[in-house]
Design a protein around this ligand. Structure first.
Ligand code: BG6
Ligand code: MG
Length: 216
């Protein structure tokens, strides 16, 4: 038995690796605007909202745009991104992700998605994981972006679980900060040197077990 009552999962970088699709769409936009956008630059966009991502890219390119133009650019990027994720398949689930979410459910632990993405529902549908979450909180339901804890606090509330009984799985610095700010435990997915605030850091969910939840 676990004393942890709920696990909350980020989507991009934890359940699926959509960073490559975000990157390709942002790069196409940058190129249309006349500058390049590298995979290195793309690291800065992990966990960051669509609007803020665009602002970072425009800053990198030294381009100034009006609010109306920015809206059109974000829409243009999203159209290309949606075309790509529309072709996603269950084999794009990151190793061990589906198995661990299922293991939580089997152990009586509630599960929620906590993502900044407004495209979460489409991705979950394409990879066939929608039914594995008791609550889904995405970019359409929150007003404050990570590192604000809103997305995870809403998830805990929907599950009827106290933050102190929750564990968050996150690959982004801002996401780990959001979990800690919400009074939750945080498991970082990635590099310990990067995700310094996390309680533990693992290379992926294939390294996680329900037993390990009790050690947090
Ligand atoms: C996050 C990604 O999950 O969602 C970010 O890590 C992305 O890179 C953000 O910008 C918003 O996604 P979307 O699908 O609403 O543009
Ligand atoms: Mg992420």
């Amino acid at each position: 038995m676990s004393h942890i009552k709920a696990c909350l999962f980020d989507l991009d970088g934890v359940i699926v690796d959509t960073a490559i699709y975000h990157y390709q769409a942002w790069k196409r936009l940058a190129n249309e605007l006349g500058f390049d956008f590298t995979e290195h630059d793309n690291e800065q966009l992990k966990g960051v909202s669509r609007t803020r991502s665009l602002e970072i890219i425009l800053e990198l390119g030294g381009v100034t745009q009006t609010e109306a133009e920015k809206e059109e650019l974000a829409d243009r990027k999203n159209k290309w991104y949606v075309e790509m994720i529309g072709k996603m398949r269950p084999d794009e689930i990151l190793p061990g992700a589906k198995e661990f979410v299922q293991a939580c459910r089997n152990a009586g632990i509630k599960t929620a998605l906590g993502s900044a993405s407004k495209n979460s529902m489409m991705i979950l549908d394409k990879i066939g994981m929608t039914d594995l979450f008791d609550a889904i909180v995405d970019g359409n339901k929150v007003t404050k972006a990570k590192p604000d804890p809103e997305v995870f606090l809403k998830g805990a509330e929907e599950l009827g679980v106290q933050p102190v009984d929750c564990v968050v799985f996150e690959d982004a610095i801002a996401g780990v900060e959001a979990a800690k700010a919400g009074g939750m435990k945080a498991v970082g997915i990635g590099e310990p040197a990067v995700l310094k605030q996390a309680d533990i850091v693992l290379p992926g969910l294939s390294a996680m077990t329900v037993d390990k939840l009790n050690e947090l």
